[in-house]
Design a protein around this ligand. Structure first.
Ligand code: FAD
Length: 438
């Protein structure tokens, strides 16, 4: 039964009991949105039909189950999941790292969360191609949680989006279709459906990264990598930096840059001493992918009865993508429950709050990455800097260790890190350690 009353003034349209909400994409943004919406509806004693649609099977190993990501999640997003009253399924945790190791040419420094929070590594799907499927996928866990909270799931690829007088119609292979009163685009930045949204939507600018899965034994991961995530400056110009993320008996090797190819990653393995020492000798690549990651903001990500969340809209610059997806999804769910589904309401209570949270902060992120990346890429200078971080930390001065943690790993807003990193004292310390190495 549909309780929808005749819609009058579109500027004050609200979500009515019994209406249907379709969500394209059941990655983190889609599932977090469904979780928040179903929770808010229940608390308000209201009802809507919430449908998640995804083309992937997250429980499968290999590309058909995988949403292509390094899979590191920090204490902040784990806390937000727990706040949703969802039991955090420990089976999704592949490994628990106590920190990151940041490398120069010959020196590395371990940086940890100030409160010693752990970092979990997770497989987004069922693991690399050779996995037997015992791994619990993080995306499947979020989707299962959304279903348990009241959402329904359709395993299908959305082929088309059409505007109807009352909402949107989605079309599927074979010509089937389904109508929704409100549509959420949570399709990320690796989907061609972004070109069919209409409403003037333009996806964010992206970089093309590369990821490779490499087998590694538990002994190697524990003894050589100390079970941590490693950040290594690249030698080649196409890669800005490299990361190694241990998961079960595998390493995810990530190359981040504007346009990175698998050959760039293979070349780094042969010329980058720091990297080569962190990978098992002669270990082959099991599978690799070229996911995009957003480095800008989408244009027109909302209209009457439609909004785009997650990577497809906006995300924190070069880190915490899963948490950013959570945050935009949460803001949207609160906006449509509290303020309505009109373009005007979404502008005020969804679009602007998301921009306030990320856009300005990302400018600081770009500046911070630029400074610290250029220091770490400069062989002798990077070693001098990292040595001074180690000796300062041993003497109880944690400023640079904290900054390194925050730039490459932490979940604090970039502007807070910048306040500390660009403080005259921190600049003086950075300059002093660089001059020692020059
Ligand atoms: C190399 C790399 C490493 C990363 N590492 C990390 C990390 O360590 N930690 C972290 O927090 N973030 C990381 N991220 C970012 C993170 O992956 C993203 O921010 C996050 O996945 C965005 O979630 P999303 O739901 O918006 O999009 P996605 O995860 O891309 O999900 C979109 C979903 O939509 C579905 N979909 C798309 N089109 C259709 C269609 N037509 N029909 C049906 N379904 C469709 C897809 O199948 C997919 O499941 C990394 C990103 C990259 C590129």
């Amino acid at each position: 039964m549909n309780f929808r009353a005749r819609r009058t003034d579109p500027a004050v349209e609200t979500l009515r009991d019994g209406e249907s909400i379709g969500i394209i994409g059941a990655g983190p943004a889609g599932s977090f949105f469904a979780l928040h919406l179903c929770t808010l509806l229940r608390k308000a004693g209201r009802h809507a039909r919430v449908t998640l649609i995804d083309r992937k099977v997250f429980s499968s190993s290999g590309p058909i189950g995988c949403n292509m990501c390094a899979g590191a999640i920090g204490p902040s997003i784990v806390g937000k999941i727990r706040e949703l009253s969802v039991v955090f399924d420990k089976r999704v945790i592949s490994r628990i790292a106590d920190g990151y190791e940041i490398h120069g040419r010959d020196v590395s420094v371990t940086v940890r969360h100030p409160e010693r929070g752990e970092i979990y590594t997770v497989f987004r799907g069922g693991g690399p191609v050779t996995q037997a499927g015992e791994t619990k996928s993080f995306d499947q866990y979020l989707l299962d949680s959304a279903i348990a909270t009241g959402a329904e799931f359709i395993h299908e690829r959305v082929e088309g989006i059409e505007k109807t007088p009352d909402g949107y119609r989605l079309t599927f292979p074979g010509g089937t279709a389904r109508d929704f009163d409100f549509l959420v685009g949570a399709f990320g930045v690796n989907s061609s459906i972004s070109g069919k949204v209409g409403i003037g939507y333009v996806p964010p600018e992206t970089w093309h990264s590369v990821q490779a899965e490499i087998p590694a034994g538990n002994d190697f991961i524990v003894e050589r990598l100390r079970n941590r995530i490693h950040i290594i400056p690249a030698h080649g110009r196409n890669i800005r930096f490299l990361a190694i993320t241990p998961k079960e008996d595998f390493l995810t090797l990530t190359g981040i840059g504007e346009h990175v190819k698998i050959s760039d990653l293979e070349n780094e393995r042969s010329v980058n001493r720091a990297l080569a020492g962190l990978l098992p000798k002669d270990a082959g690549i099991l599978c690799h992918c070229h996911p995009q990651l957003p480095v800008g903001v989408a244009k027109n990500p909302y209209s009457d009865r439609m909004a785009i969340v997650g990577d497809a809209f906006i995300s924190r610059y070069l880190k915490n993508g899963i948490e950013s997806s959570h945050d935009t999804a949460c803001i949207l769910a609160e906006a449509i429950i509290g303020h309505g589904v009109s373009k005007a309401a979404l502008n005020e209570h969804f679009y602007r709050p998301c921009l306030r949270k990320f856009r300005y902060d990302n400018l600081w992120g770009k500046a911070l990455f630029g400074v610290y990346e250029s220091v770490l890429r400069k062989g002798r200078l990077s070693d001098a800097y990292l040595r001074s971080v180690i000796s300062d930390s041993a003497a109880g001065n944690m400023i640079q260790e904290r900054i390194l943690w925050s730039v490459f790993a932490g979940d604090a807003p970039y502007r807070e890190i910048a306040r500390e990193a660009f403080h005259p004292r921190a600049i003086w310390e950075l300059a002093r350690s660089l001059s020692r190495g020059s």
